[in-house]
Design a binder for this molecule. Structure first.
Ligand SMILES: Cc1cc2nc3c(=O)[nH]c(=O)nc-3n(C[C@H](O)[C@H](O)[C@H](O)COP(=O)(O)O)c2cc1C
Length: 177
């Protein structure tokens, strides 16, 4: 694991999200854990802190978990994983375990309760410090077509507690049962 300056790696991180089909947003609360693909995220300074914002629609299984969570992680694969990103961006954790469904492993985070995806990539561990449900009236007309079902996002502001890259997958002991 190599610690990264999360601001320095923004260009690489965003380029990967755009060209590679997204990133994994992982959430957990109690025994519940889920991951879904995200294509939209921002990183910058707010409240004098390094903040990552992710947007989750209320219709996602992820929403019910992140609402009870104190943190989230974002894992940006650097070596493809398009199949897994496609899977986690089209299947719902409501009806299946997506980790076993597409062979994704988790590894413990350094600071967050929520683990990160075991992949070659850039990982962000974020503490939720604020959330804001979008209000329809606040969005300009030009963007309204992005919400034909009126399922507006909730935006979660996560203070970046840890940012690092993993250059190889960690060996995970598979359960024998
Ligand atoms: C490339 C891509 C990007 C996506 N970005 C987002 C996003 O930023 N926010 C969101 O709510 N859903 C996004 N989605 C849709 C969710 O990943 C998808 O609905 C997923 O099945 C939700 O899983 P869940 O029900 O287990 O939470 C994206 C899907 C894809 C394929």
């Amino acid at each position: 694991m190599q610690l990264l300056d999360c601001m320095e790696v923004i260009p690489e991180a965003m380029a990967q999200i755009r060209s590679n089909g997204g990133a994994f947003l992982t959430v957990s609360a109690g025994d519940d854990i889920n991951t879904m693909t995200i294509g939209w995220a921002t990183i910058g300074f707010v409240w004098g802190r390094q903040i990552m914002c992710v947007l989750v629609r209320k219709t996602r299984h992820t929403y019910g978990i992140i609402e009870r969570s104190r943190d989230f992680t974002v894992s940006i694969p650097l070596t493809g994983m398009r199949k897994e990103l496609e899977y986690c961006g089209t299947k719902s954790g409501k009806s299946q375990n997506k980790f076993t469904g597409c062979g994704l492993d988790l590894i413990p985070s350094v600071k967050a309760h929520t683990p990160v995806i075991n992949c070659v990539g850039i990982h962000y561990e974020c503490k939720i410090v604020y959330k804001s449900a979008m209000e329809a009236g606040g969005l300009i007309e030009e963007y309204q077509h992005l919400y034909p079902l009126k399922d507006y996002h909730t935006i979660y502001y996560g203070e970046i507690m840890q940012c690092y890259s993993t250059m190889e997958e960690i060996k995970v002991e598979k359960s024998k049962s």
